[in-house]
Design a protein around this ligand. Structure first.
Ligand code: GCV
Length: 713
């Protein structure tokens, strides 16, 4: 009997050991299995010559040694000598690097950039990893490991790389009670209860993962802010995290609740022009910096969705932002002031951020960035770029993308976001003529700004695999890589991620990449094709509810967005409608304002088009809608087929996990298609063409579906 128990226990332990839980993200450092490649790597990497012992350099050293141990299946020795295959790592001021004659290369990178070059030193062929700063060396080390993990040649390296953006941030919408607003991966990873004394290993792995893709800041708390975080007890907890992150080049930021002086100091007002209020913030900021000397600054959501703000005192956003900016300026801090504002009185939510913020261009302090969501509404599956990009040349604008999948399948749909992000980054604002891409607005090259940045609303929780859906990790990865270099293509980023996360096998890489690259269009088609917007369930935003019309605020109801009637569907934003198009430059306006030229993908964003309107395909709008919804469902079926064909390349755990989630995605896609087509059919009065699968349930059935529990809302 004892023997049986022992065998069973061993078996169980082995399974545990080999269970693939996704925790290691893209930092797996699995052995290089290809023998030829492994031999050549071993010849080209014979030892590590490491200079420096600061916490950042030690983090780089540990990562390199661990990484190489795993990849090359042997301990790579540290050496003080230079021989063939020595990898010399150190910052530009270290003795070995200073001798290497890299002055020209070093001039080409900025403070956070890195260089990885092959050099012959005293007749010995070496690889040098360096930068102008310690964090540059850390980034270079991670990049070197990326090359090996993705099986790239390392025999003749010349990589000179600098981040294009200064601030590369995650925005956590994490509450102090550990719930996460719009979080679909468990509870918050910040265990406030055990901080500051207990340092979960996760915090270190979080920092490693971020540093590996160049993310250099994290806003720890929800923009729907709680002032408690600014009290001493909580600041000590924040300090503990800041101490863990510092070696990895990551600064912490907090959200500032505008009414904090009232809530924490019982003041009568939070008016930004009131001297006592201003002084309260000066003192509070002084306290913060005395605890966290490299505190990054504040992110603020004000006068939006019930949050307090300067307008409560008849002041404007600049008044509010500047008050905080003045308080943090002496310490080099910054304020990221969000432009996500809308109120129920306006005739078009699309126009509001522009209306409130554009007139304030030039009125913000130098250390204020206005943080703008990619589109004018709210992280919809497809949105035109926010008209604020290009419209505030005197103000640095920071991009806000959403990694967490609020409107886009939450924790269950496979949705690779890089193509979603790139669509906006590559859009041309025409503010300074052709070629004035959104990317150039945010990287500062268009209007000559030094303060630049991109933020991603985090999709990280305490789930064992961090992000819930195994493929959601790719979105965290993509945010980092794009904020480093927005010119990287979605395909390149996907390839890197797949090779590090799943497999280097060519068939696996091609197959998974295809799935990822198709996932955006698939989701748009089965949720909101042709420019439909915000027709999700009220509140939790999961599943279709185009009939939604019961909330007090019209701009929270789906019917506000699609405006379907017996004539047609869509929101007229031309001069005949709300004229939101006037917020764009004429060249952009021109692309959208003529119903016959407007790209199909954006048609219903800008036009109330007749059900009989002839689309580019020659189909009527109604038939095109049927076609798109069905294409969306078919795409999910193809994705499932493709995934199933990859079984032999993927570990069982993740294969099964994704397979099950894809089945939910297919059910959801069918739900979306049937519910939306049946609903819109009540207006179009046209049949769903016979060649398509017909809904097997009634509209009443779909209307009666209640998603009772959706996490994170
Ligand atoms: C943090 C949307 C979301 C809210 C979110 C808000 C924002 O409205 O539904 O949960 O609040 O955006 O970005 O501030």
């Amino acid at each position: 009997m004892k023997k049986v128990v022992l065998i069973f226990t061993c078996f169980f332990v082995l399974i545990q050991l080999y269970a693939e839980d996704g925790y290691n993200l893209w930092l797996r450092y699995n052995p290089v299995e290809n023998k030829t490649l492994l031999t050549s790597y071993k010849q080209q990497i014979t030892g590590i010559h490491f200079s420096g012992s600061s916490p950042t350099l030690l983090a780089a050293k540990e990562e390199i040694l661990n990484g190489l141990n795993g990849l090359l299946q042997r301990k790579t020795p540290l050496t003080s000598l230079i021989s063939n295959g020595t990898v010399i790592i150190g910052n530009s001021s270290s003795a070995q690097i200073a001798k290497a004659g890299l002055q020209n290369e070093l001039k080409q990178i900025n403070q956070e950039g890195f260089i990885i070059v092959t050099k012959t030193i005293a007749g010995k062929k070496c690889i040098i990893i360096t930068g102008n700063s310690e964090v540059g060396v850390l980034y270079g080390s991670f990049h070197f490991l990326r090359l090996l993990q993705t099986h790239q040649p390392v025999n003749n390296l010349r990589i000179i790389s600098s981040p294009k953006l200064k601030l590369r941030l995650l925005n956590h919408w994490d509450n102090l009670n550990r719930t996460v607003e719009r979080g679909y991966a468990g509870f918050s990873i910040w265990n406030w209860h055990t901080l500051p004394n207990y340092i979960d290993k996760r915090y270190i792995d979080y920092a490693r993962a971020n540093a590996s893709v160049g993310i250099n800041g994290t806003v720890l708390t929800n923009v729907n802010a709680n002032a408690t975080i600014l009290t001493k007890t909580w600041l000590e907890k924040v300090k503990a995290l800041a101490d863990v992150f510092r070696p990895y080049g990551i600064k912490v930021y907090l959200t500032a609740r505008f009414s904090a002086p009232i809530e924490l100091a019982r003041m009568k007002t939070a008016d930004p022009l009131n001297d006592s209020v201003r002084q309260w913030w000066v003192e509070k900021v002084k306290e913060i910096y005395s605890i966290i000397p490299d505190f990054g600054g504040f992110l603020v959501k004000a006068n939006s969705e019930g949050q307090p703000g300067p307008q409560d005192y008849k002041r404007n956003h600049a008044d509010g932002a500047n008050m905080l900016a003045d308080a943090v300026a002496p310490y080099g801090g910054i304020v990221m002031w969000r432009a996500f504002v809308y109120n129920p009185e306006s005739n078009d939510r699309f126009k509001q951020a522009y209306e409130e913020f554009q007139p304030l261009d030039g009125k913000f302090r130098k250390n204020v960035m206005v943080q703008v969501k990619n589109g004018p509404i709210d992280f919809q599956p497809r949105e035109p770029f926010s008209p604020l990009f290009g419209a505030m040349p005197k103000t640095p604008l920071m991009m806000e993308f959403q990694l967490t999948q609020e409107y886009v399948g939450q924790g269950t749909h496979l949705f690779y976001e890089a193509p979603w992000f790139k669509e906006v980054l590559e859009a041309d604002t025409y503010t300074k003529g052709r070629g004035s891409m959104v990317a150039k607005v945010i990287d500062g090259t268009l209007d000559d700004h030094e303060l630049t940045g991109m933020a991603g609303v985090s999709n990280i929780g305490n789930d064992i695999n961090w992000c819930g859906h195994p493929f959601a990790q790719a979105n965290w990865y993509a945010l980092g890589r794009l904020s480093w270099d927005h010119e990287l293509s979605s395909a390149t980023i996907a390839t890197e991620w797949i090779r590090q996360t799943f497999s280097n096998d060519k068939k696996a890489v091609t197959g998974i990449q295809k799935i990822m690259l198709n996932s955006h269009e698939a989701l748009v088609n089965y949720m909101t094709p042709l420019g439909l917007t915000h027709i999700m369930y009220n509140g939790h935003h999961y599943g279709p509810m185009p009939w939604g019309n019961t909330l007090n605020r019209p701009d929270w109801n789906p019917v506000y967005y699609h405006r379907a009637d017996s004539f047609g569907v869509g929101f007229d934003r031309t001069a005949k409608g709300t004229n939101a198009l006037a917020q764009y430059k004429p060249e952009v306006r021109k692309q959208f304002e003529d119903i016959n030229n407007c790209p199909d993908d954006y048609l219903l964003w800008f036009h109330h088009a007749s059900w009989n309107h002839t689309m580019k395909s020659g189909r009527s709008l109604w038939n095109e809608l049927c076609y798109r919804y069905n294409t969306g469902v078919d795409s999910v079926k193809s994705i499932i087929k493709q995934w199933n064909s990859l079984e032999k390349f993927i570990d069982k755990d993740r294969f099964v996990q994704v397979k099950q989630l894809l089945n939910i995605q297919l059910n959801d896609a069918v739900w979306w298609r049937n519910a939306c087509l049946l609903y819109f059919q009540t207006f179009s009065k046209m049949p769903i063409p016979a060649q398509y699968e017909q809904p097997d349930k009634t509209l009443e059935h779909y209307r009666s579906i209640r998603v009772l529990f959706a996490p994170g809302n």
